[in-house]
Design a protein around this ligand. Structure first.
Ligand SMILES: Nc1ncnc2c1ncn2[C@@H]1O[C@H](COP(=O)(O)OP(=O)(O)OP(=O)(O)O)[C@@H](O)[C@H]1O
Length: 303
């Protein structure tokens, strides 16, 4: 049975002056799972998160949290833990002072010692926040986001800038919250992160939901093969070959993303007997995702 819905957005629009950021989002975020929010720069991810948190006011459309609460309401805020790109914490306090301060906002906070240990912050507990490295700050911010034992955790690019070891620490911490039944919205640019952690992926592009589903379902809807070749055929012609989803011109080879590489390669070789430097590989989720956003672009010709 599906867990309760944590957020429901309908016909959500947001403009910054004359710049549209969200252009009609209909989205249901279910509880008890990790939803990854993916999208290129400027897709509207941060705007959506700020609206969910009540940092921005809803201009058009509707958001309901936990059934019937408006964003920004204290009853909603109390249940949400958040880690944003701009931290806004009082950075002359030490890590343990900040943890104690944040813990004091909640009725049943998590163990501060346990969190310091889990996030490898024990040796940094007495260091001022503004004297931490970027990666250390990220781990401290995660601890602050979860110390109130939230029902819903919103993480905006939590592992950006982290080294692999710190990234693993955060991944483990996210997985532990998921196992404990916490609902998580994870905004990330890293496809491996979405694939590893997410139960559900939402692809946002230019203010719209372009696609959503399990990481595997998204993968099935997008190209599985990536063909690199030197060819005399122009891009327009390559686009018409069987199963082709996207074509990009590279330095000296073109990249063709295809749903059935073998059919595309056969047709390519039949259409151009000068084909050279041919290489066929599987498309990873990142490539696939770029093709998804690409295929939704209005027709525009670069080179
Ligand atoms: N304060 C602002 N004033 C004007 N335009 C803005 C403002 N904030 C965002 N935008 C614009 O709104 C659109 C969506 O931006 P948003 O930051 O929500 O995207 P994003 O998906 O979070 O991008 P990124 O991955 O780069 O963080 C972009 O075109 C952006 O330039």
């Amino acid at each position: 049975m599906d867990k309760p819905v944590v957020a429901e957005c309908s016909a959500l629009h947001h403009d910054y002056g004359s710049t549209p950021a969200l252009a009609g989002i209909d989205l249901t975020l279910h509880g008890g799972r990790v939803t990854a929010l993916l999208g290129p720069n400027g897709a509207g991810k941060t705007t959506l998160i700020h609206l969910l948190l009540g940092i921005l006011s809803v201009q058009r459309g509707k958001i309901s949290l936990f059934g019937d609460l408006e964003p920004g309401r204290t009853e909603a805020q109390r249940r949400i833990g958040v880690m944003l790109q701009a931290s806004g914490v009082q950075d002359n306090l030490t890590v343990s002072e900040l943890l104690a301060l944040f813990a004091s906002f909640y009725p049943e906070p998590d163990s501060q010692i346990g969190l310091l240990d889990e996030l490898d912050l024990v040796d940094l507990a007495d260091r001022r926040f503004d004297r931490l490295s970027g990666g250390q700050k990220q781990r401290a911010l995660f601890a602050l986001a979860v110390v109130g034992r939230p029902d819903w955790l919103i993480l905006d690019e939590p592992t950006t800038g982290l080294d692999p070891a710190a990234r693993r620490i955060l991944w483990r911490a996210i997985e532990a919250r998921r196992r404990a039944g916490v609902s998580i919205l994870l905004c990330t640019h890293f496809m491996d992160e979405a694939q590893k952690l997410a139960d559900h992926v939402v692809v946002l592009d230019r203010g719209r939901v372009l696609d959503q589903g399990s990481p595997d379902a998204i993968r099935r809807r997008v190209p599985s093969d990536r063909i690199l070749a030197r060819t005399a055929l122009p891009k327009e012609k390559l686009r018409t070959l069987p199963a082709v989803q996207a074509v990009h011109a590279g330095e000296d080879r073109v990249e063709i993303l295809s749903r059935r590489g073998i059919d595309t390669v056969r047709a390519l070789l039949a259409a151009d007997d000068t084909v050279d430097d041919l290489e066929v590989a599987g498309a990873d989720l990142e490539t696939a995702f770029l093709a998804l956003t690409d295929s939704a672009q209005p027709e525009q010709e670069a080179a």
